[in-house]
Design a protein around this ligand. Structure first.
Ligand code: ATP
Ligand code: MG
Length: 566
């Protein structure tokens, strides 16, 4: 039963943790960990894992370690170590003390390996990689034992020490667990525990030339840190057998326990660090924090709030089975959040000059504009109004179709927060392009309503030509056109499904003067256009640059419906 004080655990993992606490399974402790490998930036999938691991620690009065799973010297980099910490803090989580590093456990892991060898539970194999692969067998055939499997313990100890001392080149030997080459679980056919790698490690330098495998290092790192609940994604379900074998064979207590949950998959998105790295390295995007990237730094730069990301993670929940989440859910959560929080502003993205012929030449009026209709406490601001304005090019049509209620010859519309204006004529250049629209205004309609009660259907936004500020606006869209990038046919690379129009850069925009010095990172709703965020890298005082976070409505849903219906 749930009470207001102790709401029912909301997913199966939280139920397990609650049950374990009730049964005093881990001595009443809850310790989780978030174990990124510092070989790339964190992405929205990691946010799900963080909300789970850090979230459970917070909810159950436990702790969650940040552990860098850094025992692969080749692709790890201190830049990633820093970025990962920044992203975790930004998302709103923290860890106790210094971050942990699996590379700090090298000596302990080595000692545990010696124990396994002494117990005749591990041996040095000297087959080549290819031979080992051939010996492994298949799902239907058992593996074959290596001729080195029965090396005496003393010989194994000697060889393993010499591996550590750097006597052998890469690939000459490996240390393997001695489990069962006929196990129906292929992973249990004497899995590799250590490899020789003569490589510079970003923290330990050349102190080590043997490195533990994930399966060996992960369970022991959990044990060393006193982790109780080791939560990982479903791909590691098979690995649990090795996890348990290592800890049980070494007789380690108290023992962490691994539980798997479904990773986050998002359509129109790739969430593999290898692929994200490829996008960066091959220049498809401008770095890990490109606003089109699903990385936390990319989403942040795009204008996503940490609250929206956490709320998204909460809503999608944590399940046992893999599924794919529609990216529209993510877009929905940022719209919800920004609708409540983002001040409104007027910005004209593709300007067309509008001249009010009967408006006094030198007059400037300050129009009162509401900052957020969802939140009266956000107040209002003054926007200067004058004879020459800019409106959106597509808010005027010479020959309007049915259902078009914006400006057209002879048509009256409302200029938001200002006056009703009626179009008298359009000016064209020699090529027939409309360069100016002329209107007259009704001075009795200040604020946008006519005293005689006449109805005007269209309301358009505007900025004063003289007072507005030039701005650059980048309209971002989904990075991929295909819901499952790379999945369509065999042999199609995911990059072939990139959206060639994932960004449109508009350099001639005009924004209301209050946006001139928009703080980098500040977010707005540009009326009728969407949510935008001043770019943290390139926006500067009087030269603002805005990134579109998301349009006001889901334009893809409509396209998909049309595409699906045809
Ligand atoms: P990738 O497959 O993208 O390279 P990874 O799993 O190797 O990711 P790690 O740095 O090892 O990346 O991940 C740290 C933690 O985040 C792991 O516990 C992992 O299970 C979790 N994680 C990674 N991707 C996702 C995802 N898409 N959904 C949920 N959790 C994830
Ligand atoms: Mg990993």
């Amino acid at each position: 039963m749930s009470t207001p004080d102790s709401p029912a655990p909301s997913d199966f993992i939280r139920r397990i943790v609650a049950e374990d606490l009730k049964n005093n399974k881990h001595g009443g402790r809850v310790v989780t960990r978030f174990p990124p490998e510092p070989n790339g930036y964190l992405h929205i999938g990691h946010a799900k894992s963080m909300c789970l691991n850090f979230g459970i620690a917070l909810e159950f009065g436990g702790k969650c370690n940040l552990r860098f799973d850094d025992t692969n010297p080749e692709r790890e980099d201190p830049e990633y170590v820093q970025a990962i910490q920044d992203d975790i803090r930004w998302l709103g989580f923290g860890w106790e003390g210094e971050p942990c590093h699996a590379s700090d456990y090298q000596e302990q892991l080595y000692q545990f390996a010696l124990q396994l060898i002494e117990a005749d539970k591990a041996y040095v194999d000297s087959l080549s990689q290819e031979e080992i692969r051939l010996h492994r067998g298949t799902l239907t055939e058992p593996g074959r034992v290596s001729p080195y499997r029965d090396r005496p313990v003393e010989e194994n100890l000697d060889l393993f020490r010499r591996m550590r001392d750097g006597e052998f080149p890469d690939g000459a030997h490996i240390l393997r667990a001695k489990i069962d080459m006929a196990s129906p679980k292929v992973i249990m056919r004497d899995p590799t525990l250590y490899r020789i790698r003569h490589a510079e490690h970003y923290r330990t330098g050349d102190a080590w030339c043997i490195y533990p495998t994930y399966d060996y290092a992960h369970c022991l790192s959990d044990y060393i840190e006193g982790v109780t609940h080791s939560l990982c994604t479903l791909e590691f379900e098979n690995n649990r057998a090795v996890y348990d074998w290592v800890l049980d064979t070494l007789g380690l207590h108290p023992r962490p326990e691994q539980t798997e949950f479904a990773r986050l998959n998002l359509n129109y998105t790739v969430l593999s660090k290898r692929k994200l790295l490829q996008l960066v390295e091959e220049g498809y995007v401008n770095g890990w924090n490109d606003p089109r990237m699903p990385t936390l730094s990319g989403l942040r730069r795009r204008g996503y709030t940490s609250e929206a990301i956490r709320s998204f993670c909460e809503q999608i929940g944590v399940a046992r089975r893999d599924n794919t989440v529609d990216i529209a859910h993510l877009e929905h959560s940022i719209r919800e959040d920004l609708n409540r929080r983002a001040p409104r502003a007027m910005a004209v993205l593709r300007p067309l000059k509008l001249v009010i012929d009967n408006y006094p030449d030198t007059l400037v009026e300050e129009m009162e504009a509401i900052n957020n209709p969802e939140d009266a406490s956000m107040g209002s601001r003054k926007v200067p109004f004058s004879r020459e304005l800019y409106i959106e090019q597509d808010d005027f049509l010479e020959a309007p179709p049915k259902n078009y209620y914006r400006l057209a010859p002879g048509r009256e519309v409302r200029l938001r927060y200002a006056y009703l204006v009626t179009c008298v004529r359009a000016v064209k250049d020699s090529s027939g392009q409309i360069t100016e629209v002329h209107c007259t205004y009704d001075p009795d309609t200040r604020g946008g309503t006519a005293p005689d009660g006449r109805k005007v259907r269209g309301t358009i936004h505007w900025v004063s030509a003289l007072h507005s500020v030039a701005a650059e606006v980048r309209l971002y869209d989904r990075l991929f056109l295909h819901p499952e990038p790379g999945k369509e046919e065999e042999g199609v690379d995911f990059t072939s499904h990139l959206n060639p129009a994932s960004v449109e850069v508009l350099t001639g925009c005009r924004v209301e003067p209050s946006l001139a010095d928009a703080q980098p990172g500040s977010r707005y709703q540009f009326e009728r256009q969407g949510y935008f965020c001043a770019d943290t890298e390139e926006s500067a005082p009087s030269k603002p640059v805005f990134n579109r976070t998301v349009a006001l409505r889901d334009t893809w849903a409509k396209q998909e419906k049309t595409a699906g219906g045809s």
